[in-house]
Design a protein around this ligand. Structure first.
Ligand SMILES: Nc1ncnc2c1ncn2[C@@H]1O[C@H](COP(=O)(O)OP(=O)(O)OP(=O)(O)O)[C@@H](O)[C@H]1O
Length: 435
């Protein structure tokens, strides 16, 4: 076990590693907000100004933050809130209500949650209200200060905003947006959603009460920015990490890692498949879990392994459990796809193709009767490796039912590479371009 030299280390190696693990885990598991979010400056400014107007000047507002999953909608809002709450006045007066469309599945539950988050259960007591609007108005009224001249601003955050549009009559949305439009109580309604067509889901009367302010977070990260994000995620802060020598060594190793060609390939593949930073976090988390006293830095091979693990194809994995006969049928189908340009085929054609392969060999151990082949074919269908073209035509005789192969060439070849003890002639047959 490598031991660090005592003269340049203030902490034992085990302690350093445990601190690195804790710090990076907090970053990668979204507990810590990024210091400087990449590429969202204008959106950040827009949202901050808007919410400041509600928090400091009592102006009502409504806004939608729209972007795909993992685009940073929650992160942006949390950052803006953290900045707003630095001010003492705001911290004392601003009330927040967090609702989520996945949790508050109808307006009755949502109203209960609003009451709970505003700590107004005692005020409401056993009162019975005639309507939703009356209930909400009562809640907001209860928040007014003693002198009745001013109210405390309330920030309603509706995560998965589109799901609230499915509530009966969209009562909650209607009432919240109605309050945010009339100058009764300072209320800001912030909706977070990944649906670009969210406005189409709103009823006319709800839509007309929305301010139509929309902030789009459409990831425009370039690869160099993505790499910068990787560095920022892995590097240790200066100052902020107790052992300066360890920090320097770690940061050098991160620099070297980011410049490695094989690492760049893994990251580029990941970037091309998704720019979502959440997937990047998952990738780095797997690498981080390998860091230990014996292995005190992330190595290129860790990233390659993590990339392979996370991009493992479920269908390729299914192929590893197939019998040789089933694998041969898939190869026959691959060749049929090549010959007929991905047109559908039937079992008889597959069987003929398989027989052609057998005939090229003088003696073969793959002589299966047709019922056995039929059974294997059915198994492939159960696994959804093949699918009937037209389910309604299932009355046709089994052998002549048209099916399609649901795998592409790369998946088949990858599965063959990993198939335990795959016979060489089968491999060669799969690789050959002629049938
Ligand atoms: N521009 C950015 N800079 C730095 N980190 C970012 C950026 N955008 C997103 N992230 C990080 O990506 C992760 C996912 O972001 P977040 O949870 O805000 O996504 P979201 O859009 O709210 O997703 P969902 O629609 O699933 O709720 C967070 O850890 C966040 O810190």
């Amino acid at each position: 076990m490598p031991k660090r030299k005592s003269e340049d280390s203030h902490m034992p190696m085990g302690e350093c590693i445990s601190q690195v693990q804790t710090l990076l885990r907090e970053r990668l598991c979204h507990q810590q907000l990024p210091q400087r979010p990449e590429g969202v400056d204008s959106q950040h400014k827009h949202l901050l100004e808007l919410l400041k107007r509600t928090a400091a000047h009592g102006e009502s507002n409504s806004v939608l933050i729209i972007g795909p999953r993992g685009a940073g909608k929650t992160m942006l809002l949390r950052r803006v809130l953290a900045e707003l709450l630095v001010e003492d006045d705001v911290q004392k007066t601003l009330l927040q209500v967090h609702l989520n469309g996945l949790l508050q599945t109808d307006d009755r539950i949502a109203l209960k949650e609003i009451t709970r988050q505003l700590s107004l259960e005692n005020v409401v007591g056993d009162k019975v209200f005639g309507s939703f609007a009356e209930n909400l108005a009562f809640l907001l009224e209860a928040l007014k200060k003693g002198d009745r001249s001013s109210s405390r601003p309330v920030l309603f955050i509706l995560d998965e905003f589109d799901l609230f549009a499915h509530h009966k009559n969209q009562t909650l949305l209607y009432n919240l947006l109605d309050v945010s439009q009339s100058a009764q109580t300072p209320v800001a309604v912030v909706g977070l959603t990944c649906r670009l067509d969210v406005l189409e889901l709103l009823e006319k009367r709800v839509k007309s009460r929305f301010s139509h302010r929309q902030i789009y977070l459409l990831s425009s990260l370039t690869f160099p920015q993505y790499l910068k994000a990787v560095r920022a995620l892995l590097q240790l802060p200066d100052p902020g990490f107790p052992d300066a020598t360890f920090r320097r060594d770690w940061n050098h190793s991160v620099e070297a890692l980011c410049e490695d060609k094989s690492v760049e390939d893994v990251l580029r593949r990941q970037f091309n498949s998704t720019k979502d930073l959440r997937s990047l976090h998952r990738l780095l988390m797997v690498c981080l879990s390998r860091v230990s006293v014996r292995n005190p830095a992330i190595k290129p091979v860790d990233l390659q392994d993590a990339g392979r693990l996370l991009s493992a194809d479920a269908k390729t994995n299914v192929l590893h459990g197939l019998s040789i006969l089933e694998l041969c049928l898939i190869i026959a189908m691959k060749h049929l796809n090549d010959i007929y340009d991905r047109e559908p085929f039937n079992l008889q054609m597959v069987y003929n193709e398989f027989k052609k392969f057998l005939q090229r060999k003088s003696h073969s151990m793959y002589n299966f009767d047709q019922p056995v082949v039929m059974k294997a074919f059915e198994h492939l269908q159960q696994l959804e490796v093949i699918r009937p073209v037209d389910a309604a035509a299932s009355r046709a005789q089994r052998e002549y039912q048209l099916v399609r192969l649901m795998l592409d060439h790369s998946q088949i070849m990858e599965a063959l590479q990993k198939y335990p003890q795959c016979p060489t002639d089968v491999k060669q047959w799969a690789e050959s371009s002629f049938a």
